[in-house]
Design a protein around this ligand. Structure first.
Ligand code: ADP
Ligand code: MG
Length: 161
């Protein structure tokens, strides 16, 4: 059961052990609330401090993108689903029904941003998600919103490490 590949976990929910679903309006305060809620759920699997920090950071980037890009001039709902799968896999979906992305490949390139020159955005959000997770998938269409799926396999933990 522990032998799922990254692709399998991203593609499909495999034998879900436990899950939470949240929906939150795209208010900036909800970035921190979403991050904390996901962290509490993930804690049941006893992640290392580093793993937990990685997950929080990746979720924070995905949720921030919904707030600042997907629902740029409006408030819409962000749907988050977190699942624990066999083999210590975590699968996290962050979905919006906002403006969508026209070129996902381009959007995922390091330093690419559509946020303009105000210096607020670095264009590194997807790169951060990729470096802190084992796999990231992005499905989006123009006007159809965006779904980011993150997956991370927690390392085995012994009592004394
Ligand atoms: N949920 C989303 N909805 C619409 N566009 C998005 C979304 N997430 C990311 N994008 C687009 O992808 C680009 C790159 O995202 P990211 O790597 O997080 O960098 P940044 O947020 O700093 O611009 C954004 O500038 C935006 O154009
Ligand atoms: Mg971003």
């Amino acid at each position: 059961m522990s032998s799922y590949t990254v692709g399998e976990v991203l593609r499909r929910e495999q034998n879900v052990i436990n899950e939470i679903k949240l929906s939150l309006p795209s208010l900036s305060i909800n970035e921190g609330i979403a991050r904390a809620a996901v962290a509490v759920f993930c804690s049941q699997a006893d992640p290392s401090t580093t793993e937990l920090a990685d997950i929080k950071c990746a979720v924070s980037e995905a949720v921030t993108n919904c707030i600042v890009h997907a629902y740029r001039d409006t408030i819409g709902l962000i749907y988050i689903k977190v699942q624990l799968l066999p083999g210590r896999w975590l699968r996290i979906e962050v979905k919006d029904r906002g403006c969508g992305i026209d070129d996902v490949k381009k959007a995922r390139e390091p330093l690419f941003t559509t946020a303009g020159a105000d210096g607020e955005r670095s264009g590194m959000g997807f790169t951060v998600m990729e470096s802190f997770c084992d796999g990231v998938s992005v499905r989006a269409g123009v006007g159809k919103g965006c779904t980011v799926t993150l997956c991370k396999k927690l390392r085995e933990r012994s009592l004394y490490t």
